[in-house]
Design a protein. Structure first.
Lengths: 308, 248, 291
C-alpha cells in the first residue's frame, strides 16, 4: 500500500464539482447566413444543477448538467418580400390581360428587417455523459527558484491538479411546451409590429395583409415547421452550432481549465511558523511521488509516496 | 431597423388624373404607329421630355413610364431625352401607362405626334385612369367639367389565407355621371375609370376611418422554454469535439 | 467496505511516510534537533554529529538552536560552559511495532507508537591551565569581613554576599572552549506514546504525547533518570510542539482549497479510535460540514 492514502467521499467530491460548476462562465458570439435570413447571437453561458455519480469502473457519471444561456440575445435579419400594391389587370381580354396596373411598392428600398430577441435564461440545454478523473502534474516556470520556500511564498509552485475529464457528452432534447408555437407567433407579430410601429395603423394592416399573414411568411422565411422545438434546436445546434460549441467549452473547462482540487508539489506538510521557542521557521516541504487516483462507486482514492 | 416607407403613399389622400401622383396611373391607348414627343409638366413647368416610338407587331404591348423617375433624371442633369418603344399586338392598341412611384406628384403628360396626340389633363375615350385606394375610409369621386359626383367606401384590408388579391372595379363616367355612383371596395383594390366625354377625374379621401390604436408593444421575451434531457439510453451520442456537419 | 463509509474523508499514513516527514523536518528545520550555545552556533561543524541540511535552505534559517550558557555552579552566574545537544536518527514506529523496545517500556501497546533515536551531547571544557588561573583570580576576590556584617547583610557593596537574582542581569562569561576537550557522547533513546487530535485555535492537529522515555543503560540509575528527564523535557517542550501535523495537511489542504469545515469524526462503534494506529499506519477519520 502507498505511503499516503487519501479517500474522499462522493459527497465531498460533489461539493468540489458544485464549486467548479458555479465558477463556470463564458460568453460567445457568432453569426451565420442561412440564405433568406441571417442570425447572429451573443450568448453568455452558465451552468446549473447537475450531479456526479461515481461508478465502480473508475468513471464518473455526469448527470443532467444544465447549461443556461443568459444573456442570450439573438438577432434575426430577414429579407421581407417587397410590399407593393397594384399589379391587377385593368383591361382583361380573352387573349389575356391587355393592360395591367403598375405595382407601387411601399418602401424605399428592399425591405430588410433586423430585430433582436432576448432569450436570456429561457433556453436551457442539458448535458450528461461519462467522465474520467485524472490527476495531472502542471509544472510552473520558476518553481524552486531561488529556493523552494521563496518560490512557494511567491505563489510559484508546480501543482497536481484533479480534473474531471468528460468522455462522451450528450445533449438531449425532449418535448417542447405546446405554448412555444404561440410564443413564436406572438414573437413574430411583435417583431413585425415593432418594425412597423412607425406606420399608421391602416398602413400596418395593409402591409401585413399584403405579406399574406406575417406569421406564415416569416415562418416560411425562417423555415419553421410544425415542431418549434426542433426548429429552435436545429437553429442553435446545427445552424449556429452553439450547443455543440458550448459542450466543447464545458468539456475543456473541466478537463483543463478548472481543477476540482489542486495542491502544490513539493507540498508544505508543516506550515511556516513562529513561536516563543525560537525564530520563525520555513514550511517543511515534502515531494509527492507518483500519485495515482482510483474511483469506486462511493469514493475517490488518492495514493502516493512521499519523498524528502 | 426601421423600414423607410414612402411617405408619399402614407400621405396620399387625393388622386387626380390631371395631376398624377402615387397610387394612380393613366394609360394612353397608342393606336397609331409613329414617333412621338412627350413632355412631362408640373403645373406650368416642363420637368422632363421623352421620345416615344410606337410600332406594330412587336413584343411589348404595354409600356410603363415612371414620371418620378423621369423627372428625377432630368433634375439630375440628364440632357438627352429618354427614348421609349412600344408595339401594338394584333387587334389591340399598345398602351403607354404613366404612373408615379414616389414623390409629391402633380404631373401632367402631353404627347405629340404627326397623327395623334395625348394630353393627360383631359382624358380621351380609350384612355384609362386607375387609382389604388389603400387607406380605408369614404372617398368622393368627381368629374370635371361635368361636376358629376360619386362615393367610394373603402374597407380595411384584412389578412386572409389567400393573401393580397386585388380586384379592379370598373367605373364609367358618362353624361349621366358615374356608373356606378357608389362603390364599396376592399383596401388596396383598384378603381378603373373610363371617361366618355373627356375631362378629368378626381378622387379624394373625404372621411378616413378612425385609425386603429397602436398595438401595445408586446414584449419580445417569450416565457421560459425548457429543453430537457431525454432518458438515459435514448441518445444520439456525439463525441465531444465532433460537431455535426452543417446542413447548408 | 469503503474507506469513507463512516466519514467524509479518510487519510492513512504509513510510518515510513511519517519518517520521511521527520527526515525532512531534520534537514529543513535543523535547529529543532540541534542545539548549542553561542560557540556551537558559530561552529556547527563542531557538534557531535554532522548536521545534514537541505542544500537550498536559506541562510536565514538557523542551523543550531541557540541556547544560553550552562552556568558553572558556585560562580554566581559569572561563568557558563558551552555545550551542545542533538537528537538524531529519530524514527517512529506504529503498532504492531518493529523496534525492539527496552524492557522498561514493555511491548508496544495497541494504538501506540514507539520512537527510537539517539541523543548526543557534549560539554566543551576549557584548556587545562585556564581553570587554575581563573580560580586563582576568583580566590583573590574572597576577603574576610566582620561576622556580624555577614549576618546583617549591611555591606551591600560587598560582592561576595549572596543575593537572589534580581535587578540588573549580570553578564555570564563563557568559559573558553578547548576544541580537543569537546567531550561528545551519544545515548540510545526510546519512547512510547499515543497520538491525539487537538485544536489550539489553528485547526485540528495531530499531537504526539509521550508516555514513556528510556535512555538505555546508564549507571547509576539516578543519572539515567535525570538524563531521561532532561530528554523528555526537551522532546515535550522543545520538539514535539513544533511537530504537530494539521489534519488538513493529510488531505493536501483539501479543506482550505474547497473552503470546507473539517473536523475529526467522533469516535463510535464504527470508529473506535480516531486517529487509529494499527498495522504500521496512522489513520484519521475526518468529517466535512457541507453547506
Amino acid at each position: 500500500m502507498a505511503d499516503l492514502q487519501l479517500a474522499i467521499s462522493e459527497a465531498v467530491v460533489r461539493k468540489l464539482f458544485v464549486t467548479a460548476r458555479d465558477n463556470f462562465a463564458f460568453s460567445h458570439s457568432d453569426s451565420v447566413d442561412l440564405g433568406p435570413f441571417t442570425v447572429s447571437y451573443s450568448a453568455g453561458v452558465k451552468l446549473k444543477n447537475g450531479d456526479i455519480d461515481f461508478q465502480s469502473n473508475n468513471t464518473v457519471l455526469l448527470k443532467e448538467l444544465d447549461i443556461v444561456y443568459d444573456p442570450l440575445s439573438v438577432t434575426f435579419g430577414l429579407d421581407i418580400p417587397r410590399v407593393c400594391v397594384g399589379g391587377f389587370c385593368i383591361i382583361p381580354t380573352p387573349f389575356g390581360c391587355a393592360l395591367r396596373a403598375p405595382r407601387v411598392c411601399f418602401f424605399e428600398d428592399d425591405p430588410d428587417v433586423a430585430a433582436t430577441i432576448n432569450l436570456s435564461g429561457i433556453i436551457t440545454t442539458e448535458i450528461s455523459g461519462t467522465c474520467g478523473m485524472t490527476l495531472r502534474f502542471v509544472p510552473e516556470a520558476g518553481a524552486g527558484t531561488p529556493d523552494p520556500w521563496t518560490a512557494l511564498a511567491n505563489g510559484v509552485s508546480n501543482e497536481w491538479r484533479l480534473h474531471l475529464v468528460p468522455g462522451w457528452l450528450d445533449i438531449d432534447l425532449i418535448d417542447v411546451a405546446d405554448t412555444v408555437g404561440n410564443l413564436i407567433d406572438q414573437l413574430i407579430d411583435a417583431l413585425v409590429d415593432d418594425v412597423l410601429s412607425p406606420l399608421p395603423g391602416w398602413a400596418r394592416g395593409i402591409v401585413k395583409a399584403i405579406l399574406h399573414g406575417v406569421t406564415s411568411i416569416i415562418r416560411t422565411i425562417l423555415d419553421i415547421g410544425d415542431d418549434i422545438g426542433e426548429w429552435l434546436s436545429n437553429l442553435f445546434n446545427v445552424s449556429l452550432d452553439l450547443f455543440s460549441f458550448v459542450v466543447d467549452e464545458v468539456a475543456k473547462y473541466f478537463a483543463d481549465k478548472f481543477a476540482l482540487f489542486a495542491f502544490p508539489d513539493p507540498y508544505p506538510m508543516l506550515p511556516a511558523e513562529t513561536s516563543v521557542l525560537g525564530p520563525p521557521l520555513v514550511p517543511v516541504l515534502i515531494n509527492i511521488v507518483q500519485p495515482a487516483i482510483t474511483v469506486t462507486d462511493t469514493e475517490l482514492v488518492l495514493e502516493t509516496s512521499l519523498g524528502a | 431597423m426601421a423600414l423607410r416607407i414612402k411617405q408619399s403613399i402614407i400621405n396620399a389622400t387625393e388622386f387626380r388624373s390631371d395631376g398624377l401622383g402615387v397610387l394612380a396611373s393613366i394609360a394612353w391607348a397608342a393606336e397609331t404607329v409613329g414617333r412621338y414627343r412627350g413632355t412631362v409638366r408640373r403645373g406650368d413647368a416642363a420637368v422632363a421630355s421623352f421620345e416615344l416610338e410606337v410600332d406594330k407587331g412587336g413584343a411589348a404591348s404595354q409600356l410603363d413610364i415612371d414620371l418620378n423617375d423621369l423627372a428625377g433624371a432630368s433634375l439630375g442633369g440628364a440632357r438627352a431625352a429618354r427614348r421609349f418603344q412600344v408595339a401594338s399586338a394584333e387587334g389591340q392598341p399598345a398602351y403607354v401607362q404613366f404612373f408615379v412611384s414616389d414623390g409629391p406628384g402633380g404631373y401632367q403628360v402631353v404627347i405629340e405626334g404627326a397623327k395623334a396626340n395625348f394630353d393627360s389633363r383631359s382624358l380621351g375615350p380609350r384612355d384609362v385612369f386607375t387609382t389604388v385606394l389603400v387607406r380605408p375610409g369614404l372617398y368622393t369621386m368627381e368629374h370635371k367639367p361635368s361636376g358629376a359626383k360619386g362615393e367610394i367606401a373603402v374597407e380595411r384590408l384584412e389578412q386572409s389565407e389567400k393573401g393580397y388579391e386585388p380586384k379592379a372595379h370598373q367605373v364609367r363616367v358618362t353624361a349621366r355621371g358615374f356608373d356606378p355612383p357608389r362603390l364599396a371596395i376592399r383596401g388596396a383594390d383598384g378603381v378603373v375609370f373610363a371617361v366618355e366625354g373627356g375631362g378629368a377625374v378626381r378622387v379624394r379621401l373625404a372621411k378616413p376611418e378612425p385609425d386603429e390604436k397602436q398595438p401595445p408593444r408586446r414584449r419580445l421575451y417569450p416565457e421560459a422554454l425548457r429543453i430537457k434531457g431525454r432518458a438515459a439510453g435514448e441518445t444520439s451520442s456525439k463525441p465531444v469535439g465532433k460537431r455535426p456537419a452543417k446542413p447548408r | 467496505m469503503a474507506l469513507t463509509d463512516f466519514c467524509s474523508i479518510f487519510a492513512s499514513v504509513h510510518e515510513n511516510a511519517i519518517n520521511t516527514v521527520i527526515k525532512a523536518v531534520a534537514t529543513q528545520r535543523p535547529s529543532l534537533f540541534n542545539y548549542g550555545t553561542p560557540f556551537f552556533v558559530q561552529h556547527p561543524n563542531l557538534l557531535c554529529e554532522k548536521i545534514v541540511v537541505h542544500p537550498k535552505l536559506p541562510p536565514s534559517q538557523p542551523r543550531v538552536g541557540a541556547q544560553p550558557l550552562l552556568p558553572v555552579p558556585g560562580t554566581n552566574g559569572l561563568f557558563g560552559l558551552e555545550f551542545c545537544m542533538q537528537v538524531t536518527k529519530l524514527a517512529i514506529d506504529f503498532h504492531k511495532g518493529d523496534i525492539k523496545l527496552p524492557p522498561e517500556l514493555g511491548t508496544l501497546q495497541p494504538q501506540r507508537f514507539a520512537l527510537a533515536g539517539r541523543v548526543c551531547a557534549a560539554i566543551a571544557c576549557p584548556p587545562r591551565g585556564w581553570l587554575a588561573e581563573v580560580g586563582d583570580a576568583i580566590a583573590g576576590t574572597v576577603r574576610p569581613i566582620d561576622p556580624f556584617a555577614a549576618l546583617r547583610d549591611e555591606e551591600r557593596d560587598n560582592q561576595a554576599v549572596f543575593r537572589p537574582p534580581s535587578d540588573t542581569p549580570k553578564p555570564m562569561f563563557p568559559v573558553p572552549v578547548d576544541r580537543e576537550h569537546i567531550h561528545c557522547f551519544c545515548l540510545d533513546l526510546f519512547a512510547t506514546g499515543r497520538i491525539r487530535i487537538v485544536d489550539n485555535g489553528f485547526g485540528p492537529r495531530l499531537a504526539l504525547e509521550l508516555e514513556g522515555v528510556e535512555i538505555v543503560d546508564i549507571k547509576p540509575s539516578g543519572l539515567e533518570d535525570s538524563i531521561e528527564c532532561l530528554v523528555s523535557a526537551t522532546l515535550q517542550l522543545g520538539i514535539l510542539p513544533r511537530l504537530r501535523i494539521a489534519l488538513d495537511a493529510l488531505t493536501f489542504s483539501l479543506g482550505a482549497y474547497a473552503t470546507l469545515v473539517i473536523s475529526p469524526t467522533p469516535t463510535s462503534a464504527n470508529v473506535p479510535f480516531n486517529p487509529d494506529i494499527s498495522k504500521d499506519r496512522l489513520s484519521a477519520f475526518i468529517d466535512v460540514a457541507i453547506s
